[in-house]
Design a protein around this ligand. Sequence first.
Ligand code: KIV
Length: 291
Amino acid sequence: MSTTTVSPITSQRKKVTTLTFRQKKECGEPITMLTAYDYPTAMAVDNAGIDSILVGDSLAMVVLGYENTLPVSMDEMLHHARAVARGAKTALLIGDMPFMSYQISVEEAVRNAGRFIQQANMDAIKLEGGRERADAVRAIVGAGIPVMGHLGLTPQSVHQLGGFRAQGKTATAAKKLLEDAQILEQAGAFSLVLESVPARLAEFISKKISIPTIGIGAGLGCDGQVLVTHDLLGLFDRFTPKFVKKYANLHEVMQKAFHDYIDDVETKKFPATEHTVEMTDEEWEEFMRNS
Ligand code: KIV
């Protein structure tokens, strides 16, 4: 096991806001974002100095074991968002609106966006889609809630897209993507995720709009990058998208620790004296006399 200590840098940091996002884009400084779904991960990511934490609906797949993101509910998202908010003090916290929490009506979209802010201490929300979501984005922003858009591979439309596949690869699709990005900007979104789109298109869009783009599988030309933390840590081994860089293999580390524990228990190496509670001889003798 490595003994390197990584010191937390949180104490020197100011709370990241949507204004910080804008300033970073203006200065050409990359924005960093990762997902988290629980208290210890949020604390570790925040202490490492991340700009933003997304409580993504990827929760459904990487934590809850579903095939796609569609089954996760608003209440489940709020439950995890609250834990993240307790662990992260400086990152901009973004709650991901789950499937069917904003598609039915603009009123429901505003109400559910408000729940992330009021009941889970999030700073902003994210939702998927372009022109078809412009009214919802405008209304949520109108209620004072910052909105991050999400274009390209939008996992909540997996059935409509015919699978988890790259988007914007034809001239027509690229033009529609650019228009959607401009529509979201005009509707008041403060930023948008570009997922699984050609790098040159993502770079072009990033230059055309004034709000920061956060790429995942969209190349270096975006204003920032996001990854699903469980992919980065090697905790989700069902499949690894091409755009993921694994920085650790925690699945293997966990399996080894669990195996070592089982071995220790079976061979009576655990618990050792240092893990055991004792009582004085006098108390023990008195107990024996009376039992
Ligand atoms: O749910 C999620 O984790 C996301 C990211 C992939 C951007 O939407």
